[in-house]
Design a protein around this ligand. Structure first.
Ligand code: 5GP
Ligand code: ZN
Length: 115
């Protein structure tokens, strides 16, 4: 599986940087955002190093679908019952900071810090 040795999320996948994991399988990893905008704020990422949504194509449809389909179960497990929000930032103009594809899933009672 491809990894970028300089990528912070690849290091999280490899266990070289600690994270608060909420889910893991062969293809995906989910963990709490270090700087949460909402009472519950997780990131779901592919373990494979894919830079952003600008780099995906139809071959990634299954993996992207799994990222989306996993999120309701994880939010329920984390006690989120009032709804949640998905965000994916892509590229410079999309305000992406970490260049490894990630799906933000945020929920919990408002007010939130952001979002
Ligand atoms: P972006 O702006 O790229 O969509 O979001 C990147 C997210 O990654 C931010 O919400 C930021 O708080 C989170 N983040 C950055 N570095 C780390 C880290 O080392 N660990 C965790 N758990 N989250 C991180
Ligand atoms: Zn990476």
């Amino acid at each position: 599986m491809s990894a970028d040795p300089h990528c912070i999320f690849c290091k999280i996948v490899a266990g070289q940087i600690p994270s608060k994991k909420v889910y893991e399988d062969d293809e995906l990893l989910a963990f709490h955002d270090i700087n949460p905008w909402a009472p519950v704020h997780i990131l779901i990422i592919p373990k494979q190093h894919i830079v952003s949504m600008a780099d995906v194509n139809e071959a990634h449809a299954g993996m992207l679908g799994r990222m989306m389909a996993l999120s309701p179960r994880l939010m329920l497990d984390l006690g989120v019952t009032g709804g949640f929000r998905h965000v994916i930032n892509t590229g410079r103009d999309g305000m992406q900071e970490v260049m490894h594809l990630h799906l933000h899933v945020m929920g919990g009672p408002r007010p939130w810090l952001k979002g």
